[in-house]
Design a protein around this ligand. Structure first.
Ligand code: GDP
Ligand code: MG
Length: 437
């Protein structure tokens, strides 16, 4: 009887339920990625791949489907960013001439200062060139930054000839044997064509070793167009994404990568001079996927095992539960992370949790619950019904938690028991319909 039931349950999970959960996951993921400004077509491509793999493969035993799918998406996204390794940021030759381009307000001048500071700390002799002649006060802004970090700034206040400044500035530092020369440019002109033409001129005359596109993380879906425009005039060698300390997830950067074929090398994480980090693809992908702890997920993908045994599952299906099962459930739940789908660990996903457990609160309570369980007697573990008021007091005292926490745990137990009872009823129903053979 049980074998038949198990087969039905398994078929159910692996066919209909499996497909439903794939579709649900894909929908959720699409929303998250689009919310993170990842290009819509790219999102569709990605999710199509997941559906294909989900149709062909099954998650390895012990891994929740959600974690498994996430790891597939992660892999695909990380590849789009050029792989899991951090980029090489060491200047390959001396001097290394860097031309910063990007829209007004994207953070070029700030980033010029940050880069100067970064490379100075690495032991390089760095010079800054102020070639934004459009924005009033652009020279002074860079000058101030340079002074703050002790890096000389070449500029010609009052001049309108950005190309000439760039050429002379680079020459100035080159002659003095500087290692890294960073050119800050305008981000706006009277007309967009003028700006792009100026960048083309500067790049043509200076012949920089690296054109760096500076991109505000919040640029969103426009990133592709903006990056393409610059790339057409001044082939972009690398990208710096700024303002990642803000709310924007920065998925637009992926479009810029697609438009230019360039790698992201640095990210800006604040207004301060030292708030620049070498790009970490893993962390960035975790961010646009809306995952807090990607390392944790990857760990779980490697070694997660569901704690419930066959016997436990049998017991649950028979309507028999005890505190030990609840305990195992809590432990595996915590191992899997605070996921809302506690029921993924029990066959019979059609059952709804009678008590809606908020995963965050659950995670907070978990410690206390586990402590309380550890303070229970064997009798209490096997038959939690015996736990009366005075036992609650004793357990909470022994575990160092509030009696309220112990009561909440008992409620959790009741919830699991009620699920178990429902499963048993369903089993009986299936048996009556002759489906259990
Ligand atoms: P530019 O017009 O491209 O030269 O941009 P600016 O360097 O003048 O920066 C525009 C604004 O963005 C300034 O207020 C900067 O302080 C701010 N900014 C630049 N990078 C970052 C960053 O990584 N995080 C935050 N929060 N603000 C930034
Ligand atoms: Mg500027």
């Amino acid at each position: 009887v049980l074998d038949g039931l198990r087969r039905i349950v398994r078929n159910f999970i692996e066919s209909r339920e499996y497909e439903t959960s794939v579709n649900e996951f894909v929908k959720e993921l699409q929303k998250e990625l689009i919310r993170s400004d990842v290009n819509v077509r790219l999102v569709m491509d990605l999710t199509k791949k997941i559906k294909e793999r989900a149709a062909e493969e099954r998650p390895p035993p012990g891994l929740t489907r959600r974690d498994w799918f996430l790891s597939i998406v992660y892999e695909q996204l990380v590849n789009l960013f050029g792989g899991p390794e951090r980029p090489q940021v060491k200047p390959p030759k001396k001097p290394w001439v860097v031309l910063l381009v990007g829209l007004q307000g994207s953070g070029k001048t700030t980033t010029a200062g940050k880069l100067a500071y970064f490379y100075k700390l690495e032991g390089y002799k760095v010079g800054l060139v102020a070639a934004d002649t459009f924005r009033p006060g652009a020279y002074e802004q860079l000058k101030t930054l340079g002074e703050a970090v002790g890096v000389p700034v070449y500029g010609e206040p009052g001049s309108k000839d950005a190309v000439s400044i760039a050429v002379k500035g680079v020459e100035f530092f080159r002659e003095k044997g500087f290692d890294v020369i960073i050119i800050d440019t305008a981000g706006r002109h009277h007309r967009e064509e003028d700006l792009l033409a100026e960048m083309e001129d500067i790049a043509g005359r200076v012949r920089p070793d690296e054109v760096v596109l500076v991109l505000d993380a919040s640029i969103g879906q426009q990133a592709f167009e903006v990056a393409s425009k610059f790339h057409n005039k001044t082939p972009v060698g690398s990208i710096i994404v700024t303002k990642l300390d803000g709310t924007a997830k920065g998925g637009g950067a992926l479009s810029a990568v697609a438009a230019t074929g360039a790698r992201i090398k640095f990210v800006g994480t604040g207004e301060k001079i030292d708030e620049l980090e070498v790009f970490d693809p893993k962390r960035f992908v975790a961010r646009i996927m809306g995952l807090g702890d990607l390392e944790g997920l990857l760990e779980r993908v490697k070694k997660a095992k569901v704690e419930l045994s066959e016997k436990d599952v049998e017991d649950i299906l028979e309507g028999r539960v005890n505190m030990r099962i609840v305990y195992k459930q809590l432990v595996s739940l915590r191992k899997m992370g605070p996921l809302r789908k506690i029921l993924e660990m029990i066959p019979g996903l059609q059952v709804r949790m009678p008590v809606e457990v908020d995963s965050k609160t659950l995670e907070e309570k978990m410690e206390k619950w586990l402590a309380a369980i550890n303070s229970m007697t064997y009798e209490e573990l096997d038959n939690p019904e015996v736990i009366d008021k005075s036992r609650v007091k004793r357990i909470s005292y022994g575990a160092g938690v509030d009696p309220e926490d112990v009561k909440a745990l008992l409620k959790q137990y009741e919830a699991v028991k009620s699920i178990s009872k429902q499963l048993k009823r369903q089993k009986n129903l299936l048996a009556k319909m002759g489906l259990d053979t």
